[in-house]
Design a protein around this ligand. Structure first.
Ligand SMILES: C[S@@+](CC[C@H](N)C(=O)[O-])C[C@H]1O[C@@H](n2cnc3c(N)ncnc32)[C@H](O)[C@@H]1O
Length: 211
């Protein structure tokens, strides 16, 4: 089970027509996704493709209504700048354009060790392939503030966050300030609770439950 399989299965299940990927890098996840229409966004993509917008996600979403008028997103994969604030901002922007049954998939929600969770606002290439940053705090934030979202993280591929409209299975009660102050040790000691962490097997039954 990896991010690509999760995205493809969600798109297939909801008969998705439009896929957006924030942060494409070499296209390892963008290129294999099978769908009629997809676009990627990255200020420094490592491949040439007319479907890629070479810009930051903030700039992309600022001009979304002009670029893609009335285009609803069926799955948005958020895998750009790996900071709490940017992951949350990407989520909020993507959610504005999400189709009724759409999904937001967030990568790197469960860093396996403290070094991978370094929250420094550095650029991905300097941090190396395992860098997850503090994207996990975006999950804790959404699970603490939103009562209209069903959120879980699959324990695979550095943590695959799956977010859709619906009733939360359970919620957290942290304030924004408490979340800011959390450390990797807090995540490590409470990973299952903070992330609503699920074994990869859970995904098959989750898919079956989607009508
Ligand atoms: C982890 S890589 C993406 C990997 C790819 N999604 C995959 O699964 O193979 C992160 C990418 O995000 C890009 N990035 C950094 N800041 C960004 C931003 N503000 N908006 C969009 N992409 C950004 C980087 O240039 C980098 O290519």
């Amino acid at each position: 089970m990896n991010r690509i399989a999760v995205i493809q299965k969600l798109l297939d299940k909801i008969h998705g027509k439009f896929y957006v990927e924030i942060g494409v890098d070499k296209g390892e996840s963008f290129l294999p996704i099978q769908i009629n229409k997809k676009v990627g966004v990255d200020p420094q993509p490592k491949f040439n493709d007319p479907r890629i917008y070479t810009m930051t996600s903030d700039d992309f979403f600022k001009s979304y209504p002009q670029k893609l008028p009335d285009q609803k997103i069926d799955v948005c994969f958020i895998d750009g700048m790996h900071t709490h604030a940017q992951a949350l901002q990407d989520f909020n922007h993507a959610f504005e354009h999400l189709s009724e049954k759409g999904f937001i998939v967030m990568h790197d929600c469960s860093p396996p060790l403290a070094a991978a969770a370094d929250p420094a606002n550095s650029h991905y290439p300097e941090k190396g392939w395992m860098w997850c940053g503090d994207v996990w705090k975006a999950i804790v934030h959404l699970r603490s503030t939103r009562d209209d979202l069903h959120i879980f993280v699959l324990n695979a591929d550095y943590g695959i966050g799956v977010i859709t409209r619906g009733k939360p299975e359970n919620r957290l009660q942290f304030t924004a300030q408490e979340i800011q102050q959390m450390t990797y040790a807090d995540l490590s000691n409470n990973r299952k609770e903070f992330l609503n962490l699920k074994n990869p097997d859970f995904f098959a039954s989750f898919l079956q439950g989607i009508s």
